[in-house]
Design a protein around this ligand. Structure first.
Ligand SMILES: Cc1cc2nc3c(=O)[nH]c(=O)nc-3n(C[C@H](O)[C@H](O)[C@H](O)COP(=O)(O)OP(=O)(O)OC[C@H]3O[C@@H](n4cnc5c(N)ncnc54)[C@H](O)[C@@H]3O)c2cc1C
Ligand code: SF4
Ligand code: SF4
Length: 1011
């Protein structure tokens, strides 16, 4: 037995320190909860807004949220909720697409903050026991050590919980091989709606164990006897109405609760009933899941067709081969990918005339290595399918991928479909509501032809991408749900498509569950008899319909099963919409250019709630969530709060309140991670700068903000007065005074000012060493504030290295600061002034052949990215295009190839700057360092937590340190002997580790390697 925490996450910032008044309606309930629950209890309006949406098109404010720390907390919450007649809604990452994780007036139980551990792994028995908030990728990362994995693999597994997946009966691209979550859910610990615990597991029917349970004559006994009766009395209907599909997740799992086990015994396992129940029968507090061995190698082949229907017709044929996945993409996905900066490279290999492609995967368990090795075995397998689909079939081309890198590119393209579609500008969007309807693979082609007729009848279109091998087609019709016409069309399309699905023996949902989108249509799928059985089932488990009411099953009225009120009555997929015909949003007058994003409000609304910003294992987004595990500190949380303000959910003026500023905006470190990592590109740093600008205009700003926003002026003064200026903060008590008066954290090391600035040093050595006429190129090294006044060494190293490459280098003394500091504080007027000055001075120089290089990444990105949002015209375009991080400049032009290096035998741990990662410019430094002769371990790290002034601010010091700790742990785990980082803030955060000094900039390491 092994038990461990999976993700290495131990940083924690628990208190936001804000006064969060409860919504009066629920304050008595909240007070009682606080008395009985050790976890967090949040019943304020912000929390209601944060949990009012998920990954779906729906929105409904809950009563409040409990983040339980223990099973006792869960019991107490459920019991108190019952006393107060308040419904209960368990939730994982809230990445559901059907609306099953939002519920009006519910108390939400969010397990992801505290109850997110692996309880036990039993590798020999291939079992894992997990808490309900455990993220699936964290489980898989731990299981990889044992060569195991949890088989269902939803695309959202980097933030989705295993138990949320059980709630939805999730699965993924490999369902062809492994099936869905119910096959792997063995035992559960559940708290029932009456507060009783139940341990569900396989119980042999009529065995001693079974008889003991049912003879107890209690609540549990009633569950067992009722479920058995429901199954036995409805067996014919069950056989008739449940489709024979690998994936069918609509309704309750009555067809799977009684079965024959491996020993041939007839068993009842109520666990199977909780799978796909969407939190409507009880709250799972622990799950035991079975595991499979993890294939070590895979291969892919992508077959291109000139016709979508031909591709679909090929699906059943593909399934005759020993494949582990059969996925479909159509030309709309290829078109959008080609037009997208981020995805174009993945679409490059796809022939222009491909109307659709089928992607087949093999693994080494299905195709074991022969005498000639694994690759040869895969090639033989692919050879067989090539012969079938290309030589004799309708495919006109095939792209084969054997290396991890090549396969990753094809999967990236396949998984790009949703983000690309959701990023479409304008109000009509491809919305999920019948997006996972499933039919037998052999009926796919005919089904799609009729589906297209439905879309045509409704005057709309859709892109097709799918887990074709299991018959699940992800089709999202493009509709405008801000208009009544669009909403009515959505309902009518659902009606028509569900008819079609029944005609083709399918399921309305093959993956995402019922939720608010599909519950309404379940009676159509299951017929009167089973629908009645569902109601009996629900009422037996949950007599007062308190658990996530209105999902999976609904009542016809108060007189129907359940309580004498309207809870769980009726279902209509047009209600509770996030947008809806009445939705309106303000478009604030913006200082920055939001044209590319379709406007400020459109950028806010681009957040579709997918929850990717809750992932914690790779990329940059979102460092504040990683450290705090608070929904309000996700990009989604911030976008939801902004949307509430621009749409009148809360008064727009609330934006200027202390609380909104502090909790929603100030805690965003402005790392820009979301700009690149959010699938739809919600650029919160830009939104924050805009709102902060407005806030300063309306409300003024603090002295500290002014100091940080004008740090260039203060640094210039500090440098002039050095060394005296450096003594002040060292006077005993001075830091305490600075903290009390200015809010500058007393424990944070402050940068020291250098009397000899980079500019002065450059002049003192006589300016450029390589005459312009003898040089191969001309570079202006931008003297950014930190490099110039506090850390000139990297600047000197940059000059030395560039000159070694025969470059004429100058360090200009007459430029304005880049404006980065002012931008991060939201002083956009000042940024504009700086940008105008710099562009005016630099544009003619760029015309004259100069490039501009930066030692400090955030200043480089300021020129490359933010300037384009500030200014219009050709000049800014050309200055921006001529701006480079110094290592980017060297790598892009292979400048370093002109230099002779003799690097010491050293492995460097490289931590890139988040701004450069967000603009996809982070890889350059690694390339140069490697060519200079170093071994480099580039970390997949997020923001360091300093983020300019953020880490210096007293109230953010703890959060900054907690974010930094995540980086420090990564550094610890790396094999590198020396850590190197281009960002001045990152270097000072790393230098604040006990016993450590500021690490070097990579350009200093390159300079060290000069021969
Ligand atoms: C971009 C994107 C891609 C997706 N891809 C896939 C995919 O490939 N395959 C797939 O199956 N789904 C997919 N989904 C849908 C969703 O991500 C998955 O169903 C996921 O498994 C849900 O996990 P979660 O932690 O977010 O659960 P949540 O959404 O929080 O909850 C899911 C359901 O489980 C219930 N629940 C949660 N915790 C408990 C508990 N402790 N006890 C009882 N019930 C509980 C909830 O009430 C809810 O009904 C995708 C979603 C998005 C946005
Ligand atoms: S901010 Fe982006 S990643 Fe986060 S939920 Fe919204 S769309 Fe998804
Ligand atoms: S800018 Fe960084 S901190 Fe702010 S929301 Fe985006 S990823 Fe999170």
């Amino acid at each position: 037995m092994a038990s461990s925490r999976s993700d290495g996450w131990d940083a924690s910032v628990t208190s936001l320190g804000m006064d969060r008044p409860d919504v009066p309606e629920y304050s008595a309930f909240a007070d009682q909860l606080r008395e009985q629950v050790s976890g967090d209890v949040q019943f304020d309006e912000y929390t209601q807004i944060l949990y009012a949406t998920d990954g779906s098109i729906y929105q409904a404010r809950p009563a409040g949220v409990v983040l339980p720390k223990s099973v006792d907390d869960v019991k107490a919450t459920i019991s108190l909720a019952a006393e107060h007649d308040i419904p209960v809604l368990p939730r994982g990452a809230g990445s559901s697409l059907g609306g099953q994780t939002v519920g009006r007036g519910c108390v939400v139980l969010d397990f992801t903050k505290y109850m997110d551990d692996i309880v036990e792994i039993s590798p020999d028995e291939k079992l894992a026991k997990v808490q309900p908030g455990l993220v699936q990728d964290h489980l898989d990362a731990t299981l990889a050590e044992y060569g195991l994995k949890f088989a269902p693999d939803p695309a959202s597994s980097n933030r989705a919980t295993v138990v949320g997946g059980i709630g939805n009966n999730s699965t993924g691209a490999h369902s062809v091989r492994y099936g869905i979550s119910d096959a792997y859910t063995e035992e559960l610990q559940v708290i029932l709606p009456n507060g009783d615990p139940i341990h569900t597991r396989e119980v042999v029917l009529d065995s001693e164990e079974y008889n003991e349970i049912v003879e107890a004559d209690d609540f549990e006994a009633n569950l067992y006897t009722t479920v058995r009766e429901l199954v036995e009395n409805n067996q014919d209907e069950i056989d008739d109405k449940y489709p024979s599909l690998k994936r069918s997740v609509s309704g309750y799992n009555l067809q799977k609760v009684i079965y024959e086990n491996e020993d041939g015994e007839e068993v009842i396992n109520l666990s199977k009933l909780f799978v796909g129940a969407e939190g409507t029968l009880g709250v799972i507090v622990e799950a035991t899941v079975s595991l499979v061995t993890k294939p070590e190698e895979t291969a892919l082949a992508l077959y291109c067709f000139t016709d979508l229907i031909d591709a679909l017709k090929a699906v059943p044929e593909a399934l005759e081969y020993p494949v582990s996945a059969v996925e479909l993409m159509d030309d709309e996905v290829f078109r959008l990918a080609r037009e997208s900066e981020g995805y174009a490279k993945f679409a490059e290999p796809i022939p222009e005339d491909a109307a659709a492609a089928l992607m087949l995967e093999w693994d080494n368990e299905l195709i074991p290595a022969g005498e000639d090795g694994q690759r040869a075995a895969f090639e033989d397998a692919v050879g067989d399918t090539n012969a079938h689909f290309v030589d004799e079939g309708d495919a006109f081309d095939v792209i084969e991928a054997y290396t991890d890198e090549d396969q990753a590119k094809l999967w990236k393209l396949r998984k790009a479909a949703i983000p690309l579609l959701m990023g479409l500008q304008g109000d009509p969007k491809p919305y999920p509501f019948i997006e996972d309807a499933t039919v037998p693979p052999e009926e796919l082609a005919e089904y799609v032809q009729k589906f297209e007729d439905v879309l045509e009848d409704h005057g709309t279109s859709a892109a097709y991408f799918a887990h074709a091998g299991s018959g699940t087609l992800h089709i999202r019709p493009i509709l405008n749900l801000k208009e009544d016409e669009g909403i009515q069309k959505m309902h009518s399309i659902t009606d028509d498509v569900t008819d079609l699905v029944i005609e083709h023996h399918g399921a309305f949902s093959g993956e995402h569950g019922d939720g608010m989108a599909r519950t309404e249509f379940n009676p159509k799928m299951y017929g009167d008899q089973l629908w009645e059985a569902f109601k009996v089932l629900k009422t037996t488990f949950d007599p007062n319909w308190l658990m996530n009411p209105g999902n999976v099953v609904y009542r016809d009225g108060p007189e129907d099963h359940g309580p004498d009120n309207d809870r769980g009555v009726g279902a209509d997929n047009r209600e509770n919409l996030r947008y809806g015909a009445a939705y309106q949003s303000i478009e604030p007058t913006a200082e920055l250019d939001f044209e590319d994003e379709g406007g400020f409000s459109h950028l806010v609304e681009l957040c579709n709630g997918c929850g990717t910003c809750r992932q914690t294992d790779s990329d940059v987004m979102c460092p504040t969530y990683r450290a705090s595990k608070e929904e309000i500190q996700t990009t989604r949380g911030r976008a939801n709060m902004l949307r509430a303000a621009i749409s009148g959910e809360i008064p727009y003026e609330e934006i200027h309140s202390d609380r909104f500023q502090k909790e929603v905006l100030d805690l965003c470190v402005g790392c820009k991670g979301c700009k690149s990592d959010c699938p739809t590109g919600v650029d919160m740093a830009k939104l924050k700068a805009e709102v902060k600008h407005e806030h300063h205009r309306e409300e003024g700003s603090s002295l500290r903000s002014k100091i940080f926003g004008n740090i260039d002026k203060y640094s210039a003064l500090g440098s002039k007065l050095a060394p005296i200026s450096n003594i002040g903060p060292k006077v005993p008590g001075a830091r305490l005074v600075m903290e009390k008066t200015l809010g500058i954290a007393r424990d944070r090391q402050l940068p020291t000012f250098k009397r000899q600035t980079l500019e002065k040093w450059f002049d003192s050595r006589g300016g450029p060493a390589i005459p312009e006429e003898e040089a191969d190129a001309k570079v202006l090294l931008f003297p950014d504030t930190f490099t110039n006044y506090s850390y000139p060494e990297p600047g000197k190293a940059a000059v030395e290295v560039l000159e070694a490459a025969n470059i004429h280098v100058d360090v200009p003394g007459d430029l304005a600061p880049s404006g980065r500091a002012a931008f991060s504080m939201g002083y956009l007027d000042s940024v504009r002034e700086h940008a105008e000055t710099n562009v005016e001075k630099l544009a003619p120089m760029v015309d004259d052949g100069w490039s501009i290089a930066f030692v400090e990444p955030s200043d480089a990105v300021m020129f490359q990215d933010e300037y384009l949002d500030m200014l219009d015209g050709e000049d800014v375009q050309k200055v921006s295009a001529a701006a480079y991080g110094v290592l980017e400049y060297m790598d892009a032009g292979r400048v370093d190839e002109e230099i002779s290096f003799d690097a010491p035998a050293e492995t460097l741990t490289y931590h890139g700057h988040c701004n450069q990662k967000a603009t996809n410019k982070d890889h350059h430094a690694v390339g140069v360092l490697r060519r200079a002769g170093y071994s480099v371990d580039p970390l997949d790290s997020s923001c360091c937590g300093m983020a300019g002034s953020f880490g210096y601010e007293a109230e953010h010091y703890e959060l900054s340190k907690a974010i930094g700790q995540i980086l420090f742990d990564q550094v610890e785990e790396s094999d590198g002997e020396t850590v190197t980082a281009p960002g001045a803030s990152c270097r000072s955060q790393l230098g604040d580790r006990p016993g450590e000094e500021n690490p070097p900039h990579p350009i200093e390491k390159v300079a060290d390697a000069l021969n």
